[in-house]
Write a protein that binds this ligand. Structure first.
Ligand SMILES: *Cc1c(COP(=O)(O)O)cnc(C)c1O
Length: 375
């Protein structure tokens, strides 16, 4: 090892050592040393197949949700797509009539061409769910609370229905997070997350995950799709989400407490038609939400303003502490006029503003809301 070029490479590698750190290091290496017999001492071979930071993330989320297998993705939509792709062509998925908008578009623009149909159902009505089941139904997919209307579906009842007929029950648990709701304990088979939201918690990373209750055919299929399709999170993204996990509980409970306070105060405001928040006794899903959520009802709420489309948009932009932006679950409060984002085909009401309550003081957030509603 005498030439400059060789020294430049080897001198770095020779100094790699274990420093016994307290916080998790980032493993950027895309490939790993292979032994003569083809084995790997660290258990890692290549970055698409696996990575130490991703593995920590997957195991942590699985543990927090109470599932056996965690599979991390580069976005929430990649995780959700992989779960749907694990089904067979010709099958149908019951999806909520109020659902994260891209899920509906995913069925319309991509999955239907591959033989998978999404059927919109009012999941807050158990009879409606039963009425839409057929011998083609392969999965019921839930969101509770739903986006952006915060409708509540009875996870235990619907998971029971799925078990009776031998199909999968998947729940998007992005909004409540396992801090407030654990669908696998209520009987669901799969949980999906956009870790871009509360798990990351600081609006600086895009990621997703699926957690499967038990090791088996569905978990193997989803893992296979992750490793072969390759929609994986980077080591740094995995690291950021792991860091978020360490403060998840404190952040979610604080946001949830503030959201409850804001929802309660706004419910009697003269400029507000209705507050959509499952923590309010007046919410039609309150009793079910109380049964299946603990420690709060989440940091998300929607308000229906006594105003038309344009006035509602203006109120959203008049807010000073709530930034007008997509996404949710960060330390900063956000507001969004969902109808403008989703377009004319969306069932979302013109006068709906969706609030993601952050970690600012709730009194300041309320003052901001009162001022914008007055103007
Ligand atoms: C944001 C979100 C998604 C999509 O996640 P991405 O990380 O943006 O792909 C899915 N479901 C819910 C409930 C979300 O809030």
């Amino acid at each position: 090892m005498s030439k400059f070029e060789t020294k430049a490479i080897k001198s770095v590698l020779d100094q790699v050592e274990h420093a016994d750190p307290v916080s998790m290091p980032i493993y950027l290496s895309s490939t790993y040393h292979r032994n003569p017999d083809g084995t790997y001492d660290g258990g890692f071979a290549y970055g698409r197949a696996d990575n130490p930071n991703r593995k920590v993330l997957e195991n942590s989320i699985a543990m927090l949700e109470g599932g056996e297998v965690g599979v991390a993705f580069g976005s929430g939509m990649a995780a959700i797509s992989a779960v749907f792709q694990s089904l067979k062509p010709g099958q149908e998925v019951l999806i909520p009539d109020d659902v994260y908008f891209a899920v509906r578009v995913l069925f319309d623009e991509i999955l239907e061409r591959w033989g998978l149909k999404g059927i919109s159902v009012d999941m807050s009505d158990l009879n409606e769910v039963k009425n839409h089941l057929s011998d083609k139904t392969g999965m019921i997919y839930l969101e509770s609370p739903s986006n952006p209307q915060l409708k509540i579906s009875d996870i235990q009842a619907i998971a029971g229905l799925c078990e009776d007929i031998g199909i999968l029950c998947a729940v998007d648990n992005t909004w409540p997070t396992p801090v407030l709701q654990r669908p696998l304990e209520l009987g669901a088979d799969v949980v999906v997350h956009s870790t871009s939201k509360y798990f990351g918690g600081h609006s600086d990373v895009i990621g997703g995950a699926a957690v499967i209750k038990t090791q088996g055919e569905p978990s193997e299929k989803i893992k296979n799709i992750q490793q072969l399709s390759g929609g994986v999170p980077s080591p740094f993204d995995s690291w950021l989400i792991c860091r978020g996990i360490q403060t998840l509980s404190l952040r979610v409970k604080a946001a949830s407490d503030s959201a409850m306070k804001i929802a309660t105060e706004l419910a009697s405001h003269p400029k507000i038609e209705r507050v959509l928040y499952p923590g309010l006794v007046s919410h039609p899903g309150h009793e079910v939400a109380k049964k299946q959520m603990s420690d709060g009802f989440g940091g998300m709420l929607s308000i229906l303003v006594k105003a038309d489309f344009d006035e509602t948009v203006k109120i959203g932009h008049d807010l000073k502490l709530f930034t007008s932006a997509s996404s949710l679950g960060g330390v900063e409060s956000l507001v969004e006029h969902r109808k403008s984002i989703e377009g004319a085909s969306s069932p979302t009401l013109d006068n709906l503003l969706r609030l993601s309550v952050g970690l600012e003081h709730p009194d300041d957030l309320l003052e901001d809301l009162f001022a914008a509603l007055k103007s």
